[in-house]
Design a protein around this ligand. Sequence first.
Ligand SMILES: [Zn+2]
Ligand SMILES: [Zn+2]
Length: 173
Amino acid sequence: MRPVYRPDCRAATPGSDAPVVEPGPLVTIESPPTFYEESAMSIDGGCYCKQIRYEITGDIGMKFQCFCRECQYLTGGSPLLTFAVPEGNFKVTSGEPKEFTRDDLENPVTRRFCPNCGTHITSIAMPGMVLVKTGTLDDRTQFDGPDMAIFTCDAAAYHQVPTDIPTFEKTPG
Ligand SMILES: [Zn+2]
Ligand SMILES: [Zn+2]
């Protein structure tokens, strides 16, 4: 059966077998969430093999749970947890991530990962912001859960779309 994607979803991935599922209920935001949070301490993290290390200082931005099809490749099937950091607050302190950008999408995301162990560290999807993968934090309690779920249009039937935070078929913007 040919995969069917909602027209408002991102371009279908060739060969994908993901079925179309109804996303969870949409939650209305009364007032927009605060974009920046003060992170009291520095946040350190890195890849699985420790070749890539990074440090975050200063404010961090919104925290997301992303259900997009591309993130499912990176996680092995689950939605991905990530948070935004202003570019100037994120610094790679050792190693050099490799970079990949699809050339068949209109607005492709650039993804950076460890060339040795393959762990995905960051994505660049918004100008001036680095999206950091939560699984790379040394202390994962420094991430206290997502502010919103995005790209629920790509959620699979076996995914659980949250009902206690705002959800968006694509993005709020
Ligand atoms: Zn590594
Ligand atoms: Zn995603």
